[in-house]
Ligand binder design. Sequence first.
Ligand code: NAI
Ligand code: 15L
Length: 265
Amino acid sequence: MKRLLLTGAAGGLGSAMRGRLKGLAEIVRVSDIVDLGSPASHEEAMICDLGDRAAVDRLVEGCDAIIHLGGISVEDKFSKIMNANLLGLYNLYEAARANGMPRILFASSNHTIGFYRQDEYLDHATPMKPDGLYGVSKCFGEALARMYHEKFGQETALVRIGSCMERPKNHRMLSTWMSYDDFLSMIECIFRVPRLGCPVIWGCSDNDTRWWDNSHVSYLGWHPRDNAERFRAEIDAAMARPEPDDAVAIYQGGPFVRDPIFAED
Ligand code: NAI
Ligand code: 15L
């Protein structure tokens, strides 16, 4: 790849992945709505509000591939979600259509299915059950990507990330955790495979207690290597297991299912 675009590069996941992308492309174009710090020698930085159509057009121009992490990443006011995750997604896909349809990795979320119970095992065909407006925005993003695929042939990996962070932080994340290394190897597979299509991919490591079946995407050749189980003793020692009647212990979306609908100002 000549130029890879990383949106949300100043965020938690974006900052963690940013340094690991060197070598995937000659130039990594890093972008966010907030300060990005000094670009490394293989990087170019562009501040951009995803809700600004003209700015997104400029952002996507000249890119061969896009890792789209930018946007609102938790439950929030609908107006904020609407700008970044709805309008922002539309802007990104229109810009991609006008710029040769670079392959896209869309950071979707487990909150598209958060109201399934933790004793259910899901596959890619399981109907969505979002657990809040944030989850609904990711359902919208997946639907938008699929429409651009069917209508125009745009390829997108719809990665329903579980909990991608340094280490799992609680009992639920022993099921949902994806290590940075596993995410990086997934990224490599997504951009290397000759034909991607528009698959849902569950973003979790090879956790003993995972809830999601990725067998439909074996053609990617992705083999997660990490397993959250090695953190179980540490988590057991650090915190009490949630009560069985607590929503956090019942639903796959965990605490997100309890979030209110936030009022606008
Ligand atoms: P984050 O909130 O730390 O980063 C998101 C970034 O998007 C921020 O740097 C923010 O400034 C930027 N952003 C927000 N609104 C924007 C706008 N209007 N225009 C341009 N940039 C804007 O979130 P995190 O954890 O890094 O997640 C990255 C992506 O992955 C998000 O899309 C999130 O929904 C998704 N995801 C992450 C998971 C995780 O475990 N970290 C789990 C599931 C999904
Ligand atoms: C998400 O979608 C969020 O962006 C992230 O902050 C985590 O909370 C993650 O899901 C999760 O469910 O653990």
